[in-house]
Design a protein around this ligand. Structure first.
Ligand SMILES: Nc1ncnc2c1ncn2[C@@H]1O[C@H](COP(=O)(O)OP(=O)(O)O)[C@@H](O)[C@H]1O
Ligand SMILES: [Mg+2]
Length: 140
């Protein structure tokens, strides 16, 4: 699909966020400024998270409290390392959103929803969905 504004991307995140269930994992791919964190803000809205969701430069994992817990991972700084955040044990308490999954690939669940953000121009992003696992099919 095409998103024509930041607001549209937030709304898309909100729509998906409303359908999330405990234990689900979303993997967000695409370039810097593609809209991954913007989309995650929409997820936060859907989960009733009051805290502002952002991309703090040196924080790899942030946990937000809402209707479900949101484990927001920005793996960018894990590039080249082999670091396990050890999320398996408590993922069933909430949902996991991973930006830069290519740097955390060894520790991702086997099933997840893959979302790719492509920069088209200043205000436009192409956003594509691929379900890895049956439970993600209806989210696409
Ligand atoms: N259609 C759009 N969807 C999402 N962000 C957009 C869009 N158009 C412009 N933007 C801008 O692009 C930037 C996206 O930043 P961000 O969500 O932090 O990207 P990422 O996390 O992928 O690096 C924001 O400054 C936002 O205002
Ligand atoms: Mg980001």
């Amino acid at each position: 699909m095409l998103s024509k504004s930041e607001k549209e991307t937030i709304e898309l995140g909100e729509k998906i966020g409303k359908k999330l269930e405990k234990g689900m994992c979303l993997v967000l791919k695409g370039d810097l400024a593609g809209g991954k964190t913007t989309f995650t803000k929409g997820i936060g809205k859907a989960l009733n998270i009051k805290e502002v969701i952002n991309s703090p430069t040196f924080t790899i994992l942030k946990i937000y409290e809402g209707n479900l817990k949101l484990f927001h991972i920005d793996a960018y700084r894990l590039e080249g390392s082999d670091y396990d955040l050890g999320l398996d044990e408590y993922l069933d308490e909430g949902v996991m959103v991973v930006e830069w999954p290519e740097y955390y690939i060894d520790y991702l669940p086997s099933e997840y929803l893959e979302i790719t953000f492509n920069y088209i121009d200043d205000d436009t992003r192409e956003i594509n969905f691929i379900a890895h696992g049956d439970k993600y099919k209806e989210l696409c």
